[in-house]
Design a protein around this ligand. Structure first.
Ligand code: HEC
Ligand SMILES: [Cu+2]
Length: 421
């Protein structure tokens, strides 16, 4: 009987190998520019993770090709190779070709039990070492800790400049986590509603935000820049639109950003469009949104003495004047704090750009001065947010539509928001 040349076995194996390698190369090359890539980390923790994944991936690749190669080779070597002798049946054994039947092979079985066990044991040691290292805070700015709060469908960041996350925060902002370069920033990850997961792939792995619990995490970047993230635990309707951004600044820039964020907003000058906008805002928006120095806890029906978690989003607006700033006022309850809204580059779970791309990039800290406001998107958002980003406003989630506002009202509100730098 005719035997296929041995070379065919190798040729087919080679094709499979070449194809797979080509796929991996393409994936890596394409991935390099991808904002959500774990393969091009820039944070210390991200690099630790890559340093664990890459060798494991190589070992797994070798195992894959050995096993698949053996399967292919054995399949080819022992295939039923009968010839077509014209009786219509194809594939039968000549008597002398029928393979010897064996049962069990102790040495082989012990080997293929022990080798994977040793491999996995070694991998688990390195994994555990890496896992513990991820929780370590090194080179930290002792003074800075951030509480991260996930909720449907955006992120709140509460900055504690004394490093104590149990006291009221000094800065509250949304979606854009601004941190200084090279510093480990401890995070305390929480949720106001369902389970979310915080993940900035280039900086660190993901950690769940679970209601009623508090999860420690650390974030660090060795380069300045903007790194994108995405909620990675399905959390309802707009989960796919629950993104976030880490903005990494130099130490000096961060200090400038921090000092600015601490300032309360100014009351708009009387007679201006911004003043009219503030009036509308106070009636239509201030029961949810905090603007430090302008809105008060009382405006939102909250009690400044009670812990922020107890504040409901939909507290009745009781028409009270904006009182003095309580530290507790910094906490929004469940709507983004807008005190420095136009210093951000994105809004609504970082799905919209707040500034238009005007060709030449504007430095982060100069956006509010020199950027071109993405007015169309912002106005559309204020007028009918659920149309821009699906929400379940009837179930008290997301931002409700404000379609009762006239175009002038909206112009005025945008004029007011434009003062929040
Ligand atoms: C019922 C509470 C509620 C009211 C009232 C409300 N909002 Fe909102 N607003 C929200 C919530 C919740 C979000 C976050 C939505 C998201 O990102 O999915 C939000 C997001 C925003 C954002 C984006 C903030 C950011 O940084 O991402 C702006 C701007 C905004 N609201 C302006 C307004 C204005 C102006 C009004 C009044 C016309 C208003 N909101 C009324 C709850 C409210
Ligand atoms: Cu989510």
């Amino acid at each position: 009987m005719r035997r296929e040349p041995r070379a065919l076995v190798w040729l087919s194996s080679l094709l499979v190998i070449a194809g797979t390698v080509a796929l991996i190369v393409v994936a890596i090359v394409v991935d390099d520019n991808h904002p959500l890539s774990t393969l091009s980390p820039v944070g210390r923790q991200g690099r630790d993770i890559a340093a664990l994944i890459n060798p494991i991936f190589i070992v797994a690749g070798v195992v894959f090709f050995l096993v698949q190669g053996a399967v292919l080779a054995l399949w080819w070597r022992y295939r039923v190779s009968g010839s077509d002798d014209g009786d219509g049946e194809f594939g039968y054994y000549e008597d002398e070709e029928f393979p010897e039947q064996v049962h069990g092979n102790n040495r082989l079985e012990v080997a293929w039990t022990i080798v994977p066990t040793v491999l996995l044991a070694v991998i688990s040691v390195f994994t555990l070492v890496a896992l513990f290292a991820l929780d370590d805070v090194e080179a930290s700015d002792e003074e800075l800790a951030v509480t991260v709060i996930g909720q449907q469908w955006w992120w709140e960041y509460q900055y504690h400049l004394d490093g104590d996350t149990t006291t009221p925060p000094d800065i509250v902002t949304a979606n854009e986590l601004v941190i200084p370069v090279g510093v480990d920033v401890p995070l305390d990850i929480k949720s106001r509603d369902v389970i979310h997961a915080f993940w900035i792939p280039k900086l660190n792995g993901k950690r769940d935000a679970v209601p009623g619990r508090s999860h420690d995490w650390v974030i660090q970047s060795e380069e300045t820049g903007v790194f994108r993230g995405q909620c990675t635990e399905f959390c309802g309707l707009s989960h796919g639109y629950m993104k976030m951004v880490a903005v990494v600044l130099t130490a000096d820039e961060f200090a400038e950003w921090r000092d600015n964020q601490m300032k309360p907003a100014d009351v708009p000058e009387e007679g201006t469009a911004a003043a009219a906008g503030w009036e509308t805002f106070n009636q239509q928006c201030a029961n949810c949104h905090v603007v430090n120095g302008l809105t008060s806890a009382a405006t939102r029906g909250g009690d400044p003495e009670s812990p922020p978690d107890d504040w409901s989003i939909y507290g009745e607006f009781n028409g009270e004047d904006a009182g003095p700033v309580h530290t507790e006022d910094l906490v929004s309850g469940a709507a983004p704090n807008l005190t420095h809204f136009i210093t951000r580059s994105t809004f609504a779970g970082s799905i919209f750009d707040l500034y238009l791309d005007a060709g030449e990039p504007v430095p982060y800290l100069e956006l509010s001065e020199r950027g071109t406001l993405n007015r169309g998107e912002l106005e559309a958002w204020i007028y009918n947010a659920p149309e821009r980003k699906p929400a379940a406003a009837d179930e008290l989630r997301g931002m409700p539509a404000r379609t009762g506002l006239s175009p002038t009202d909206i112009d005025n509100v945008v004029a007011f928001l434009s003062t929040l730098d």
